[in-house]
Design a protein around this ligand. Structure first.
Ligand code: UN1
Length: 513
């Protein structure tokens, strides 16, 4: 059900300009004439270029990192709870300008206002968590094996944190990293996706406003605008103590070894190929809603998007029929229009990949039950709106093992739960998974055996809260961001042994002088 009207490029630009101005970025000073090396700011809503932005060169990157190192020297000496005040103020400003920043996320990533606001809410939530965490950067105290000795673990600021983010979540993963990095005593340097620079600049303007208000040092939060070459300079710079990157497995495969080669630390949050198992006892009304949001929401462009539905043979036909019917009611179109639930793909390459995945699925024995086609093509030839697709597969054929960043839901059947869990675990990615069941033993069996970093019961694979650690296993990269103990990635750990005995007994009973 395509929505009828699309906004003009001018109105999308006005929306972006209003959002930028509200957040403290002057659009008039931002856009430059197109020239070699400038970055185009686009909106997938219309597919058109909104303006061009100056990019950073190698010298700028060098200067940016050098100033972050200076900021680190000052910031690390500020007590952690005082550092928390900066994050607290940033969180307040994010609350105040939530709709303005969300509008930029809508313009650049094509998210619906509700989903864009939800993304900004994740930023506010992590700020609150980080403020509390600023008083809880605790280490353990341990009994020593020697008399008159004490052992303790302490945590110290780490250094400059480089953050690389993807287009699909232009601001939340940045905030998960930044709110914690700042309370841990670390400055950040951010290389956002080229597709979402405006959201990054607005986010940083709010953070720098907070920094100025609370009297924090300058250059705690800087943005690098540019293409892959700029990102590579950040990746390879040994002054960057931690490189935290969200993106594809392919990207992580390049970044991981490069940072390791200079003994830097990485935090990788890469692709997902998330499955939900639907057991015979599942509440199918709830399963339907959970599956449709997880599979078609954000136009299938979340790393947590539901891509594989593994349904018990006894309920497969009825559930699939209901999913297809529900897909028929989804309004597809510009997220600026009321009622639209499915916005555009980010661009032509994503559309092409979706089409070739669908072709492969058919060649491998799949049946496309609905969707897959392009809509609104004549109204906006440069924008890529698609109908979310449901594809029934005879088995997990090769295409099912790939993460196609588009709304394709592959449906497979199972007979025994053990096999369903084995199918869930068979892919190389390990981000999120879910089971829909009313049977306690099935739920527990699934949670004990699913190998993903996030595993849910009776909710979909996407839409995680920030309180829990976020990240995945296997080719998803192993990193954990946001809640629980993720703060430790942003700190240097030390074990301290303190001798107050006046003697010098050696550990393990070793005798020397
Ligand atoms: C992502 O797609 O990179 O769990 C992050 C979710 C969101 C975060 C997704 N809280 O779907």
């Amino acid at each position: 059900a395509p929505a009828v009207s699309l906004p003009t490029s001018e109105s999308v630009l006005s929306l972006a300009e209003a959002g930028l101005s509200a957040c403290g970025v002057d659009p008039a000073a931002l856009f430059v004439p197109e020239a070699p090396g400038t970055v185009a700011a686009r909106s997938p809503i219309t597919g058109t270029v909104l303006g061009h932005l100056a990019a950073h060169g190698a010298e700028d990157v060098d200067r940016t990192i050098a100033s972050a190192v200076e900021a680190f020297a000052a910031w690390r000496t500020v007590p952690a709870p005082v550092r928390g005040r900066l994050v607290q103020r940033w969180g307040q400003l994010l609350g105040e300008f939530k709709d303005d920043l969300a509008a930029l996320v809508t313009v650049e990533a094509g998210k619906t206002p509700s989903e864009a606001a939800g993304e900004v809410q994740e930023m506010i939530d992590i700020c609150e968590l980080a403020v509390g965490q600023s008083r809880q950067l605790y280490g353990k105290t341990l009994p020593s094996e020697r008399p008159g000795h004490r052992l303790m673990e302490t945590w110290h600021p780490l250094g400059v944190v480089g953050i690389v983010t993807a287009f699909n979540f232009p601001v939340a993963p940045y905030a998960w990293n930044t709110a914690l990095a700042l309370v841990c005593g670390d400055p950040v340097v951010w290389k956002p996706s080229e597709a979402t620079v405006l959201s990054a600049l607005a986010t940083t303007a709010l953070l720098n406003r907070a920094a100025a208000e609370v009297g924090a040092p300058e250059n705690l939060a800087q943005v690098l605008v540019g293409d892959r070459a700029v990102g590579e300079l950040l990746v390879d710079d040994s002054r960057v103590a931690l490189l935290s990157a969200t993106g594809s497995v392919r990207m992580g495969r390049e970044i991981g070894p490069r940072v390791a080669a200079r003994f830097g630390r990485v935090l990788l949050e890469l692709g997902g190929n998330n499955a939900a198992v639907v057991a015979p006892s599942a509440d199918l009304d709830l399963t339907l809603r959970g599956a449709v949001f997880a599979a078609a929401g954000t136009a299938g462009q979340r790393c947590t998007t539901l891509r594989r539905l593994i349904v018990h043979e006894s309920v497969a036909d009825s559930l699939v029929e209901r999913i297809v019917a529900a897909y028929g009611t989804l309004s597809i179109g510009s997220p600026t229009e009321d009622g639209v639930l499915v916005g555009p793909l980010i661009g032509e390459a994503a559309y092409a990949k979706m089409q070739s995945a669908l072709e492969a699925a058919v060649a491998e024995g799949g049946a496309v039950l609905c969707g897959g086609g392009r809509v609104l093509e004549s109204e906006a030839p440069d924008a890529f709106y698609v109908e979310p697709a449901v594809v029934r597969m005879p088995a997990q054929t090769p295409i099912v093992f790939e993460e196609t960043f588009a709304p394709i839901l592959y449906v497979m059947e199972y007979t025994d739960l053990e096999d369903a869990v084995a199918m869930n675990n068979a892919v190389s990615q390990g981000l999120s998974s879910a089971i829909f069941t009313s049977d306690l033993s099935e739920a527990e069996y699934f949670l004990a055996h699913s190998d993903t970093g996030i595993a849910n019961v009776n909710i979909g694979t996407s839409g995680a809260e920030i309180g829990g650690a976020f990240g995945g296993n296997k080719e998803t990269g192993g990193g954990r961001e946001s809640g629980t103990d993720s703060w430790q990635a942003y700190m240097r750990q030390a074990t301290n042994t303190i001798n107050y005995s006046g003697e010098l007994p050696l550990a393990q009973g070793v005798e020397f002088i």
